[in-house]
Design a protein around this ligand. Structure first.
Ligand SMILES: Cc1ncc(COP(=O)(O)O)c(C=O)c1O
Length: 398
């Protein structure tokens, strides 16, 4: 056994989170794509079966009340809240991240008030955020300004209404400085909107502590909610009264069953709702979140950094120099929970890795992306992934 494999064994033996692995449905595959779709928590199928057969099949319409369907968006929002450093009552679950980006961004411009007509947008963002920012700008009479997150402080000014940023870059895994960027946005009198898709469940976010205004995120990556599971919207408590949603559906009405023709927004996080919640996905997510009971996010972060450090070390040991180039920052304070490696034949390399039982993903044009979910990825997985990558990539070079 190699020195790295021995180290991996020791690291796994002393890992306090190692026991959580048995709470997921896993197999022989090394699964490093939890930053795209998290693995299935073992309790979810039984719970979904109950939701379908008993709650829907037997109780039918009664379940909106008796099974807590109607209040699920806020209840599950409160379950996510501690994972992103938010007190209860500020997060509502529902719709996709894309839809919540729209609600948050238009809501942010409306909160910023008159005379501010620019939206600064992370130019390196996952494309949907950019498309929606462009449309939100057109609808609100603003100008969208794409720029790198590092350029935000200098670009802020009297005209800035809102700034849409990613906490972790989906392609490179770069972690942006949420505390200092949020402070700069506030100093300019603008409103911050953070996309937490690649950070929630992988590292501490501390929304309340840094007084983030609005935030959105998905639940199918590090929160393991399942394919297409509903996203969430955070509106800081003191902004809720002024939050003016561009999608004021009947679910966010102060009296949804009053069936009134005039819209009157509900109080609190409910104001972020739109229409009938997607109950099956939502309750699968609720069950998936049970795995987090008693798991400190700080411990998850510590393990995440240890996993990504170890992966970089193994890649260096097992691959010929220059074969791949990491585009993920080395500094811990700038790294999320993934490693992105550039290599010219990345698409082909990933295909062969997957054939050999190591699943990551390929991002156009030349990025191999590996996500490390600390709840179920171990150090032996990391060593094996790098070793197989060395074999596969070595073969490509020949
Ligand atoms: C950073 C980021 N924002 C938004 C999205 C899109 O989310 P959805 O398809 O749920 O709207 C993704 C999807 O992977 C993402 O990574």
């Amino acid at each position: 056994m190699s020195e790295l494999a021995l180290r991996a064994e020791k690291l796994d033996a002393s890992d306090d989170l190692a026991g959580l692995r048995s709470r997921f449905v896993l197999d022989e595959v090394v699964y490093l794509d939890g930053n795209s779709l998290g693995a299935l928590p073992a309790n979810v199928p039984g719970h979904v079966e109950d939701v379908v057969r008993r709650q829907w099949g037997e109780l039918r319409i009664r379940s909106w009340d008796e099974s807590g369907w109607w209040t699920a968006p806020e209840r599950i929002g409160d379950r996510i809240a501690p994972l992103v450093g938010a007190a209860a009552g500020q997060i509502v679950v529902g719709d996709s991240t894309s839809v919540n980006v729209f609600k948050a961004l238009v809501g942010a411009v409306r909160l910023a008030g008159e005379g501010r007509d620019e939206i600064l947008v992370d130019a390196t963002t996952f494309p949907t955020d950019g498309y929606i920012a462009e449309s939100a700008a057109r609808l609100t009479g603003c100008v969208p300004r794409p720029l790198a997150p590092a350029e935000v402080p200098d670009a802020l000014g009297d005209r800035t209404a809102a700034v849409l940023l990613n906490h972790v870059d989906y392609r490179t895994g770069r972690l942006h400085d949420l505390p200092s960027l949020t402070a700069a946005i506030h100093a300019a009198g603008a409103v911050s909107v953070w996309d937490l898709c690649h950070s929630a469940g992988a590292l501490p976010v501390d929304l309340d502590e840094h007084r983030v205004d609005l935030a959105v995120g998905c639940t199918y990556k590090y929160l393991n909610g399942g394919p297409g599971s509903p996203a969430y919207l955070y509106v800081r408590r003191d902004l809720q009264d002024r939050f003016d949603s561009p999608l004021p559906g009947w679910n966010s009405h102060a009296e949804p069953f009053g069936m009134r023709s005039a819209y009157e927004p509900a109080e609190g996080s409910v104001r972020g709702r739109v229409g009938t919640p997607d109950i099956l996905s939502m309750l699968a997510l609720e069950a998936a979140l049970e795995v987090w009971d008693g798991v400190p996010v700080a411990a998850v972060r510590t393990k995440s950094l240890a996993l990504t450090d170890f992966f970089l070390e193994c890649v260096e040991a097992y691959l010929p120099e220059g074969r791949v180039r990491s585009v993920t920052p080395v500094a811990h304070e700038e790294r999320g929970s993934q490693i992105a490696l550039r290599c010219p034949d990345a698409g082909d390399v990933m295909k062969r890795l997957i054939e050999r039982g190591v699943v990551g993903d390929f991002r156009h044009p030349d990025v191999l992306r590996f996500g490390f979910t600390p709840l179920y990825v171990g150090f032996a997985d990391v060593e094996r992934a790098a070793r197989v990558l060395g074999e596969v990539a070595g073969a490509s070079v020949a």
